[in-house]
Design a binder for this molecule. Structure first.
Ligand code: 5HY
Length: 236
């Protein structure tokens, strides 16, 4: 089985980390390849970034179709371009936000999301509603650490731990969902420190795609997510 993990931003070091975390949880006989678009924003932290990175996500999936991948992961916590990617892919496509939130629902009666910038909270609340888990989402909290500084800021780990603690206390929640692919490598350490399940969307999404492919399940092609009609694209 071959799974393509698409990091929608263009920070190669983050793509490498996402690939490592994905391979660490993938099963026997599963090949995981992590890629990012050649052009686009170095991080996704606004609606503008979401829109500007989506064509790159879809293009990576289209290339994956030519290369015969069995399934795909959209490795950014806003799940940018997810539905468009599902339309063009034959195999299953899973976003890390959806996978993390649905996985958290198995582990407790409520969860808190800990994310990067305050300005992304509205979008996270919206996708929790879209995925039908907003009642389980007891709160969304920001560390105010820009995505690319997660790798360079020596205080980032301590700040994220402190915000997780505060979220659990404030929300009286039972599970933490990490709101950025760039936090994937902190999952185990945080869970040990906090004493509650901490869900990383990269791991949750890769294992979900693996499960769907093993079950022979893929996106329904009748109705809304059918392959898009072929048409002329002016200027392309
Ligand atoms: C992510 N941005 O997972 C999101 C996190 C965020 O570039 N990768 C990004 O802040 O929404």
């Amino acid at each position: 089985m071959r799974i393509l993990v698409v990091n929608p931003n263009t920070t190669a070091s983050m793509t490498a980390k996402i690939g490592e975390c994905a391979r660490a949880v993938s099963g026997p006989g599963v090949t995981v390849v992590a890629v990012n678009p050649p052009s686009g924003p170095v991080s996704i932290e606004s609606h503008y970034d979401e829109v500007m990175c989506a064509p790159g996500v879809v293009q990576e999936v289209l290339t994956g179709e030519v290369e015969g991948y069995d399934g795909y992961v959209v490795a950014c916590f806003g799940d940018p371009g997810l539905l468009a990617a599902r339309e063009v892919a034959s195999g299953p496509v899973v976003g890390i936000a959806e996978a993390a939130m649905r996985t958290a629902a198995y582990l407790g009666r409520s969860f808190s999301v800990v994310t990067t910038l305050e300005r992304t909270i509205g979008h996270t609340r919206e996708i929790a509603r879209t995925y039908g888990v907003s009642e389980l989402c007891a709160g969304i909290h920001a560390c105010e650490i820009p995505v690319v500084e997660l790798e360079t800021d020596p205080t980032a780990r301590a700040t994220i731990l402190a915000v997780c603690r505060e979220a659990l206390a404030t929300d009286r929640s039972e599970v933490v969902v990490l709101g950025c692919a760039g936090m994937a490598d902190l999952c185990e350490w945080l869970s040990g420190e906090l004493g509650v399940p901490v869900v990383d969307g990269v791991a949750a999404a890769v294992t979900t795609v693996e499960q769907l492919v093993r079950l022979g399940l893929r996106t329904s092609k009748v109705g809304e997510l059918a392959t898009p009609p072929v048409k002329e694209y002016v200027g392309r």
